[in-house]
Design a protein around this ligand. Structure first.
Ligand SMILES: NC(=O)c1ccc[n+]([C@@H]2O[C@H](COP(=O)([O-])OP(=O)(O)OC[C@H]3O[C@@H](n4cnc5c(N)ncnc54)[C@H](OP(=O)(O)O)[C@@H]3O)[C@@H](O)[C@H]2O)c1
Length: 236
C-alpha cells in the first residue's frame, strides 16, 4: 500500500504534535503546518530526526493568502495529501469579548473552512481522502444548553460559539461533498493536558490525538458529517 500523507495545522505543540506522532507511528508522512517555521522545524526534528517523512509549511489560519497558496506549494513539492487535520485553534478568554469572538471565529471557523475548500480538489485526487475538524464538546448544544446538560456550567462565549459554528460548517461541507470519497468529520478530543487545556485536564494529549487519528482513518463508505468523541458519536 502506498504511504499516506497527513497535513496537520498547529502541529508544533499540543494535540497537533501528538497527532503528528501518532500518524508517523502508523506509517504516514506528515506535513507540519503552522505559523512559526522555527517551532515546526523543532517539532518535526523531535519526531523525525532524519527528516525523511516530514516537511513543514508556513500557514496562518487568519491569512487568506497563505491558505490559498497551500495546494500550489504541496503540488510544487510533489506532495499528495490523504488527510487534512484542521487542528489549529484559539481559546480567547481575556480582553474584549467581541474581539475574542471575532478572533475565535476567524481562526477556528473561517480558517478551517477556507483551508478545507482550498484543498478539496487536491484531496479528491487521493483514494480515501479525510478531513478532520478538531472541534469540542464545548461547541455542542446537546452537551451545553439547557438545565442539567453535562456541560451546562461552561460559559466561554467566543470559544463555544466558534466550535458550534465549526460543527455546523462540518455538516454543510459534508453535504457539499456527499457522493464523493471525501469524508469530513468533526471530533471532540475531550479535555486534554495541553497549553489550552491546562495541567488539570483529565486526559493526555495522546488520548485526544487518538480521537483525531480514528476520524482520519474511517473506512471507505463511512458517512461524512458526524461528530465523534472518545466514546463514539456526540450530540450536536
Ligand atoms: N486541549 C483540550 O482540552 C481541547 C479540548 C477540545 C478541543 N480542543 C481543540 O484542539 C485543538 C488543539 O488544541 P490544543 O489543546 O493542542 O491547544 P494549544 O496547545 O493551545 O495549541 C494550539 C495550536 O494552534 C495553533 N494556532 C493558533 N492560532 C493559529 C493561527 N492563526 N494559525 C496557525 N496556527 C494557529 C498554535 O500555534 P502557535 O504555537 O503558533 O500559537 C498551536 O499549534 C484546538 O482546535 C482546540 O480548540 C482542545
Amino acid at each position: 500500500m502506498q504511504q499516506k500523507t497527513a497535513l496537520i495545522t498547529g502541529a508544533n505543540r499540543g494535540l497537533g504534535l501528538e497527532a503528528a506522532r501518532l500518524f508517523l507511528e502508523n506509517g504516514y508522512r506528515v506535513v507540519f503546518a503552522g505559523r512559526s517555521l522555527g517551532a515546526l522545524e523543532e517539532a518535526r526534528r523531535q519526531l523525525d530526526p532524519e527528516g525523511t517523512r516530514t516537511s513543514t509549511l508556513e500557514l496562518n489560519m487568519t491569512s487568506p493568502g497563505l491558505i490559498r497558496s497551500v495546494p500550489g506549494q504541496l503540488e510544487a513539492a510533489g506532495i499528495q495529501l490523504d488527510v487534512l487535520v484542521n487542528n489549529a485553534g484559539v481559546f480567547p478568554r481575556d480582553g474584549d469579548p467581541v474581539d475574542g469572538l471575532r478572533h475565535a471565529l476567524e481562526t477556528n471557523v473561517t480558517g478551517a473552512v477556507a483551508l478545507t475548500l482550498a484543498l478539496s480538489s487536491h484531496l479528491l485526487n487521493a483514494p480515501e481522502p479525510r478531513v478532520v475538524m478538531v472541534s469540542s464538546g464545548l461547541g455542542s448544544f446537546g452537551l451545553c444548553a439547557g438545565e442539567g446538560a453535562p456541560l451546562s456550567e461552561s460559559n466561554y462565549l467566543a470559544y463555544q460559539t466558534s466550535k458550534a459554528a465549526l460543527n455546523m460548517a462540518t455538516v454543510c461541507l459534508a453535504k457539499q461533498f456527499a457522493g464523493t470519497r471525501l469524508v469530513i468529520t468533526a471530533i471532540s478530543p475531550g479535555w486534554c493536558r495541553t497549553e489550552m487545556g491546562g495541567a488539570e485536564a483529565p486526559r493526555s494529549a495522546r488520548e485526544g490525538a487518538e480521537v483525531i487519528y480514528d476520524a482520519a482513518t474511517l473506512p471507505a463508505g463511512s458517512p461524512g458529517g458526524t461528530f465523534i468523541g472518545e466514546d463514539g458519536p456526540l450530540p450536536w
